[in-house]
Design a protein around this ligand. Structure first.
Ligand SMILES: *Cc1c(COP(=O)(O)O)cnc(C)c1O
Length: 416
């Protein structure tokens, strides 16, 4: 293992993984402020077009303190639920900087957004009717499905004919009919074609199709091209960060063509989630047992899928680093299978992985764990969700969410 992301980026600031676990407990989500800010800036300047905004997709990571940093960097935000709207408002996002991209929600949930001044984007004809009945005369956005999808796994392809998302773009007439019936104003259209692409081709083509469709909506305030910008999860094998230069060159051309045809320089948005938060985080855990079963060496840790679900859910890969007494271990031992402490045989973090030779009490660092990590963590097996710590720009460490306690597990039972 020649390449170390944490070493390359002085990830742990003036502390080290061992000290962090001693101070805050294990497992632990550790974030690096500088990397987070850098990723925000890259997305904010994705294109040169002057009315462009990057809307951070909150579901990737909804930590209040990280959201404040994202806001400071000038990003806007996407919410998928009233709960996300709530935390975004608490982080200081103005309501007009939040877009509620909803999927199968109640009229009351739509009202939650509208009453707070948050624009709603609906993603079916029936939801558009629901909105129209409750808010006749209002403005609303629609999520379209242009039949163009992308992604690293079937579960994350969110457009194309076979997904539950969006209104097919051959139904624009039906949209217009509902709009007339309820005197609605379509203020925006958005799409999200999938997640984790590593080149610009699909995204740019998808944007172009969406802009063509946009010509049919005369009252637009924005067109939202979606998120899905990839993160290199295989850095130890030499995978490189997404090259944004071709996005900039090609998207700017597509956008300029569109706005000149449309006749107004309306706002253009994107919705990055993973790209913003994945790489600024390493999840730390500890080795509590090592054993051999049926020819496989199992490294038993506290990094179960209650803490990080992506591997079990998507078959995702995360690079791992090994630390001993605070120092990075190098070299290669015999391949091991790293497992968690959850009572499920599928609870595997890495299978047949060549890592430095591992001993009891070593610390494992799971790289690129910031997106869909903590936000998908659960209390399965009545495990406590870990603390989250920020390595600040000055190298110091700061608690940004406390570890749960048994009291958290007992919440909600006082119903008598
Ligand atoms: C999840 C989601 C995103 C963010 O996707 P990433 O792959 O994390 O960039 C953007 N838009 C919508 C509608 C989403 O559901």
């Amino acid at each position: 293992m020649a390449y170390s992301f944490t070493q390359e980026n002085a990830f742990y600031g003036s502390t080290d993984p061992q000290k962090l676990l001693e101070k805050y407990g294990s497992p632990l989500y550790v974030y690096n402020e500088e990397i987070l800010r850098k990723r925000c800036r890259e997305m904010k300047s994705l294109v040169a077009y002057e009315h462009f905004s990057a809307d951070y997709s909150t579901k990737a990571n909804a930590n209040l303190h990280l959201l404040k940093i994202v806001r400071e960097e000038g990003l806007e935000a996407d919410a998928m639920s009233p709960g996300e709207i709530e935390v975004l408002l608490a982080a200081g996002f103005a309501p007009e900087k939040i877009l509620f991209v909803c999927n199968n929600v109640s009229a009351d949930e739509m009202a939650f957004a509208v009453e707070r001044g948050v624009t709603v984007s609906v993603d079916s004809l029936s939801q558009l009717v629901t909105f129209g009945k409750r808010f006749p005369g209002h403005k609303v956005a629609v999520r379209l499905n242009t039949g163009h999808g992308a992604g690293h796994h079937e579960f994350v392809v969110t457009a194309g004919k076979k997904t539950k998302f969006g209104i097919n773009d051959d139904k624009v007439d039906r949209i217009q009919a509902i709009v007339r019936q309820y005197d609605l104003h379509i203020c925006g259209i958005n799409q999200h074609i999938g997640s984790l692409f590593m080149d610009e081709d699909t995204y740019v083509q998808g944007a172009k199709i969406l802009f063509d469709t946009a010509m049919q909506f005369p009252e637009l305030e924005f067109v939202d091209m979606g998120g899905g910008f990839g993160t290199p999860y295989h850095k130890q094998e030499g995978e490189k960060t997404l090259d944004l230069a071709p996005f900039r060159r090609r998207l700017d051309a597509v956008i300029e063509d569109f706005v000149s045809a449309y006749g107004r320089r309306i706002k253009v948005k994107s919705e990055p989630g993973r790209y913003i938060v994945a790489e600024c985080c390493a999840l730390l855990g500890q080795v509590y047992s090592i054993k051999e079963n049926g020819g496989v060496t199992y490294v038993g840790t506290d990094l179960g899928f209650n803490v990080l679900q992506r591997v079990v859910m998507y078959g995702a890969h995360h690079d791992l680093e090994v630390y001993r007494e605070g120092k990075l271990m190098t070299g290669k031992g015999t391949p091991v299978t790293v497992v968690g402490n959850i009572c499920e045989s599928g609870d595997k973090l890495a299978e047949n992985r060549e890592l430095p030779e591992i001993r009891l009490d070593d610390v494992i660092g799971v790289m690129d764990a910031g997106a869909y990590g903590y936000s998908m963590a659960s209390t399965y097996n009545n495990r406590l969700r870990p603390a989250e710590v920020l390595i600040c720009a000055d190298g110091s460490d700061r608690l940004i969410r406390r570890r749960e306690t048994f009291a958290d597990l007992m919440r909600g039972f006082d119903v008598e």
